[in-house]
Design a protein around this ligand. Structure first.
Ligand SMILES: [Zn+2]
Length: 82
């Protein structure tokens, strides 16, 4: 289904729209593509703040993943110095 607003891009599927509504915490209306939804002032802020939150969570996960090998290396170096 083509977006009812821009008539160019593919509208979000019901499934993706349901997931996005749940993640963003506000009901996203159907029939529009992601870009048109983000450009809508009514949904712009909730979506952007969700995206920022998502990015921070991802960065934290990466830091947590990287922290383990660094701790491991520290302990290894410490044990070698004994
Ligand atoms: Zn559109």
């Amino acid at each position: 289904m083509t977006c009812t607003q821009c008539h160019k891009r593919e509208a979000l599927s019901d499934r993706r729209r349901t997931i996005l509504s749940r993640d963003v915490g506000t009901e996203i209306p159907g029939g529009r593509c992601f870009q048109c939804i983000v450009d809508d002032p009514a949904y712009h802020y909730p979506i952007i703040s969700w995206a920022v939150r998502k990015r921070e969570e991802t960065e934290q996960r990466i830091r947590d993943t990287l922290a383990w090998p660094l701790e491991f290396i520290d302990r290894l170096v410490g044990s070698l110095r004994g």
